[in-house]
Structure formats: structure tokens, C-alpha cells
Design a protein around this ligand. Sequence first.
Ligand SMILES: Cc1cc2nc3c(=O)[nH]c(=O)nc-3n(C[C@H](O)[C@H](O)[C@H](O)COP(=O)(O)OP(=O)(O)OC[C@H]3O[C@@H](n4cnc5c(N)ncnc54)[C@H](O)[C@@H]3O)c2cc1C
Length: 442
Amino acid sequence: MKRIYPDFTYSDAPRAGCWWDHTCDAPDRDALQGHHSCDVAIIGGGFTGVSAALHLAKAGVDARVLESRYVGFGASGRNGGFCCLGGGRLDDAGLERRVGVEGRTEWRQAELASVAFVEDLINQYGIDVDRHSDGETQFAHRSRDFATLRAEVDRVGEVYGLNARLTAAADLQSEGMNAGFHGALTLPAGFGLNPRKYILGLAAAAEAAGATLYHGSGVTQITRSGGRYQLATPAGVLSADKLIIATNGYSSEDLPDWLAGRYMPTQSSIIVTRPLTQTELGAQGWTSGQASYDTRKLLHYFRLMPDNRMLFGVRGGVMATPGSEARVLRRARADFEHMFPAWKEVETPYSWSGMVCVARNRMPFVGPVPGLPGAFASMCYHGNGVAMASYSGGLLADLVQGNEPKQIYPRIVQRPLEKFELGRFRRAVMPLVYATFSLSDR
Ligand SMILES: Cc1cc2nc3c(=O)[nH]c(=O)nc-3n(C[C@H](O)[C@H](O)[C@H](O)COP(=O)(O)OP(=O)(O)OC[C@H]3O[C@@H](n4cnc5c(N)ncnc54)[C@H](O)[C@@H]3O)c2cc1C
């Protein structure tokens, strides 16, 4: 494996303090042992891979997931649980320049469909995910950003067909949203969930439908012979007609070689408080259970969960060592105290980090891997994959079977990933990018 961060990033250390691991038990699964054969082999046991496995198994396909560690080890088991619109970074003008108005509409409708897709899965398989929040709320961190949010109301109506609701700064207190913001915009789409309960529920549904999931089965080599893929793992080999790559921010440059230089893992980090008392909530004036984020480029995302713990996330760390990891978590704590000064003394006993993934063209890719017949990939959800990765797994299931996708398959995600500059040294540009974002957030 050739990964672009040091081993620390891919170890247990960055996720050691993850709150979700304390919320429910997870089953053990065997590693692949010996030689096996199947229709479709899937590398990666997160939302993308497990959703693909579930949808393939439902169609009667023998689908097997090879996961290096365990289901949900990657971003899918340690994210903020915002099931929301997103997945790409291009704005409407950028989308239109590349794929026209029709292509832009397709993408925006796919975003909406991805949230509904997760909702359907949760309902269909009875997955208890501690759901809360009525849509999502974005908060203006400067007064000029409230003007931008005001202009968003019409855009949101036009591109999503949704009625967005503005809240003026003066009304935030009465809505239980007192954190020094300059107003807010609420979209009636999206909700908060416990990502561990969701990925484990999805995995159980996939197994019940007939899929096989292996733990401790990191793929170390992909070869092709006799028109089939051979995937080498530490204790076995899986041979398959078709292949799905679902490794996102935990990908390697050589699995497959085509990926080299085409994805950029970046860090997101979270802290979680102990349950806040009613007195503490009242003292701050924050009682809202809305899934929330602010207008910063290096955004903060936060939500008061059903058990009154506040989850608070930041983007922009460059995790490579225990020292840099500790620094970003200190910054998260300082930002939390700045936003919620009444909770300065409230402990945040849980904190962790993980890798999201961005693309050179700022949009996800879902489609065939160039040069590898029968191999497909889906990745680069730009830190918003709860809904979009689940949805893309469904798309992959159709693509790999050669079926016309049942879901909207936006043309913008059909463009293969482009190469970043600087090849395997590409992450060196990230500190500069973050510094620029940080300046523009002031
Ligand atoms: C801290 C954090 C907060 C986030 N918050 C949100 C949020 O609130 N809302 C939202 O929408 N998105 C959020 N995201 C992003 C979201 O979690 C991801 O986009 C999504 O989980 C990606 O799913 P995935 O299945 O593609 O990849 P992952 O879940 O990362 O899974 C990839 C898997 O591949 C495995 N793997 C890698 N290489 C191999 C190999 N060679 N062999 C076998 N297995 C391999 C890894 O072990 C890993 O488990 C967040 C991410 C992080 C890290």
C-alpha cells in the first residue's frame, strides 16, 4: 500500500476518543481465509461499500466486502452524523459552466434524493439512529454573511424547490440558538443521526440480504488474470468478476494504480461534551436540536444531540503526527469556548479525527475506473458523505450489473477524477489552502 500520510493517520490513535464507539456494540467478523470466489468484490467497509453490497445482495448478486479493519473504521463510523445536502464543492455557476443548467439541476436533485435515500434505508430496515433535527441551519458568523444567506432563499427555492426560512439575529435567542451569530437560514432537508448505529444497521441489512463482510482483510494487491480480479489480503485471496473501490479518504496510490494523485484526503475533527444540564443549556441560551453549521470556509459544524451532549466539529487539520492532531483538537476546544462561552467549564471527554476526501474538480466521482474493465469506484464527497456515499453505493450496484441506474446519475459525477499537481506530495499545499481560508473567514 502506498498512502500519502504517515501511518499514524491510518492507525487507531486518531479515533481512540470517538464518542460513537460508546453508544452501541459492534459484531466481530472473520477475516478472509484461503481462496474464495464471488461476483463482485468491494474494497472498503464504509457507507459506499456497504450500501453497494446491500443493493447488490438484494439483486441476488454474490457481493463481498473486504475491509482492512472493521465496518465503520473509516470516516463512516466516526463522522458528525449530519445527513444532509452536499457532496460536491462547485457552486451553481461552476456546475453550469461544466454541465449546463440541466446538469446542475440533476446534481441538486441527486443531493435531495440522497437524503431521502438514507431516510428510506433507515425506515425500510428499522435502523434506530437517534434521529433528530428538522432540516439543517446555517449561521452567519459575520453580519455581511447574513446578506448572503438572505440571497440564498431564492436560490434554494429555484435549484432545490425548497422553502428556506431566515431567522434574524434578534430572533435567535427566542429560538434557543444563542451563540453570537448574525442570523440564520434553515433548509427543510437533512437530519442528524448516530453514524455508528447507521453503518452497523446497514451492514446487518446487507448480511441479511446475502452479502458477506470480512474484517481484518486489507487488500494489498489487485491483479487481473483470466478476465477476473484477484485481490490479495493477509490470509486469503478473493477472485471476482467485478470490482468496486470504496476506500475514499483511506485510499492508496496503488489500489488501483489509476488512483495515484487523483484524490486528496483531508482531516475533520470532532469534540463531544458530557450531557449538558438544563441550567447549563439555559445559561448559554442554546436549546435547539438543529443540525447546525456556520458560514466559515473552515466551517464549524455542531448539534445538540438527543441526550444533550453537544457535538462540535472543525475542518482544516493536517493530521500527520500526534502533535498536529493535539493542536487541531485544542483549536476545536478554543473555538467551542468562543462560540459557547457559558460552557467554558464543561468537559469535552471525547475527541477524535478522521479523513474526508476531496477531488481536483471539486465533485465526487461515481463510475467505471478507466483502463480496468469491470472495475468501478465512488469517492470524494468533500466531507459530506453520509447521504451521498450511501446514495452512490446504490448507483454503483446498478452500474456494476450493467443496469440503467434507477437513481438520478448526474453527469457531473461521471467525469473521472483528475490528477492533482505535485503527485504524491500533493498534501503539501493543504496548509496554504487552509491559511487562505482562515484569512477569508475573518
Ligand atoms: C470527523 C469527520 C466528520 C464528518 N462529518 C460528516 C457529516 O457530519 N456529514 C457528512 O455527510 N459527512 C461527514 N463526514 C464525511 C463522511 O463520513 C464520508 O464522506 C463518508 O463516510 C465516506 O464513506 P466511504 O464509505 O466512502 O469511506 P470510509 O467510511 O472512509 O470507508 C473507507 C474504508 O475503506 C477501508 N480501506 C481502505 N483501504 C483498504 C484496503 N486496501 N483494503 C480494505 N479496506 C480498505 C478503510 O479501512 C475504511 O473503513 C465526516 C468525516 C469525518 C472524518
